[in-house]
Design a protein around this ligand. Structure first.
Ligand code: EPU
Length: 438
């Protein structure tokens, strides 16, 4: 369903059962990994989100056939070919995934082209780590007005790499490049998010040799050939945290089918500290507001196993209802509190600071970035007209509107479909009161 604007009448607790599918931040990378195989791959639990459609379009442009049957994708790389620059630019949309095509395309075709990268506007989001990784593997990188062109005249070779920060994307870049490079790769300061471990599981199924040490070091032994994989994607941890916070903020009770405890323990601790209740079942997790006051918390976002940066936005909405002062220190992206402006318009009492208001100073502290939020509660939010700025911020606006007194009009909600499967249907299932406009 293509929806641009939604009018929400707030005040109804969300109640019911919805399904969590595969993680956006794994599925899209798993689709790229299929490029590396000599035979077709099958990926299950693929959500219907626009980021998946963008990657599908890009794969098809490169000759990969992609068939969807329900929530299963079959990807066949038998006819991989070079795609035209202008079509790549037209298809990439606002996704940042194209950068991850580079390693596999350099292996398969000896060349790759990527467009100017989009993604959410939550900071500079540079790609310097990625380009450095590719150069270290032996790629020749050429910046053109239309994008970045790469070639690998002598193929890619393994290398010793140390990331300046445990970047999720750069770690994936190393994995997708190193598995078929000549020789060994040692990656230090790697990200070890569950989505990365799931990608490693997929690559291992394909025939790759990858070892993860206890100290964020990943060792990869390059192999000559890989085959297709068959895999059920890890559930979406970000979608899970988002709906859980929506239940808490609206005083609701939701069962999130497919959510699992081991990958959510850090979130569950904070959810409980804030006064939320949960129950773990074999087939999912129930999250609810048990009544009484919500409690203020102090949270610092971090790389895994820390509290994810993608979890703070809906949590901040729930914290406007907590009785006292909460603090959220964002240490992953330098500029991820823009979404709070709309919450303040709706009556929230939130101040953003450039200081590190957490237990440790982060790399943004001395650089004047507005990256710590102080949230005073409890407040009653009231309806407002807001424009969705980015994926997670947009979902939090939706949550705020659901808790608010009166009516809110939220525009640009199409962005939310980048990462939340059928969120309109899910809102209906959970009993929200709203109308949509195309
Ligand atoms: N960074 C650089 N240079 C680089 C790459 C990253 O300086 O070349 C910096 C970033 O600016 C940021 C930090 O490193 O400050 C971490 O970025 P990372 O590379 O880990 O993020 P990403 O791979 O671009 C993925 C998810 C994000 C999620 C982060 C952190 C995808 C498609 N995106 O981004 O998800 O927040 O990891 O877990 O996997 C979202 O789903 O809404 C989203 C933004």
């Amino acid at each position: 369903m293509n929806v641009d604007r939604i009018t929400v009448r707030g005040g109804k607790p969300l109640q019911g059962r919805i399904q969590m599918k595969g993680a956006k931040n794994l599925v899209t990378k798993a689709m790229v990994a299929a490029l590396l195989g000599e035979s077709p791959s099958e990926l299950r639990s693929v959500p219907e989100i626009s980021d998946v459609r963008v990657v599908q379009g890009l794969l098809e442009l490169h000759g990969v056939s992609v068939e969807r049957d329900g929530d299963t994708l079959r990807l066949d790389p038998a006819n991989v070919r070079t795609a035209h620059e202008t079509s790549i630019n037209a298809h990439a949309g606002s996704s940042r995934i194209p950068i991850l095509f580079c390693g596999p395309l350099l292996h398969q075709l000896g060349e790759a082209f990527i467009p100017d990268l989009g993604g959410c506007h939550i900071g500079d989001r540079p790609i310097d780590f990625h380009l450095e990784v590719l150069r270290t593997f032996g790629a020749v990188v050429e910046k053109l007005p239309s994008g970045i062109r790469m070639t690998a005249p002598n193929g890619l070779h393994g290398a010793k790499i140390e990331l300046p920060y445990p970047s999720v994307g750069a770690t994936e870049q190393v994995l997708l490049g190193a598995v078929r490079a000549r020789g060994r790769t040692e990656l230090k300061n790697a990200a070890v998010e569950p989505e990365i471990l799931d990608l490693i599981a997929i690559l291992q199924k394909m025939g790759a040799e990858i070892q993860v040490d206890t100290d964020r070091t990943i060792r990869i032994e390059g192999v000559d050939r890989l085959v297709g994989y068959s895999h059920t994607a890890l559930f979406d941890r970000n979608e899970t945290a988002s709906w859980a916070c929506a239940a808490l903020a609206t005083g609701g009770d939701v069962f999130l089918e497919g959510a699992r405890q081991p990958e959510m323990t850090t979130f569950l601790n904070v959810f409980r500290k804030a006064g939320g209740a949960f129950e773990i079942e074999d087939d999912g997790i129930r999250f609810w507001h048990p009544g009484g006051d919500l409690k203020p918390v102090v949270v610092e976002t971090d790389v895994h196993p820390g509290f994810m940066t993608d979890w703070q936005q809906p949590l901040v909405v729930a914290l406007t209802k907590a009785n006292g002062i909460s603090i959220v220190h964002e240490t992953v992206y330098e500029q991820r509190f823009g979404f709070t402006e709309a919450l303040v318009e709706m009556g929230a009492r939130i101040q953003i600071h450039t200081d590190c208001l957490g237990s440790h100073a982060c790399r943004f502290g001395a650089r004047n970035y507005q990256h710590s939020a102080v949230i005073a509660g409890p407040v009653e939010l009231h309806g407002a007209d807001v424009v969705v700025p980015d994926l997670r911020g947009g979902f939090s606006h939706l949550v705020a509107a659901l808790t608010a007194e009166g009516t809110s009009r939220i525009s640009n909600v199409g962005i939310i479909a980048r990462g939340y499967e059928r969120f309109i249907e899910k809102l209906e299932t959970l009993g929200a009161d709203f109308d949509v406009e195309g």
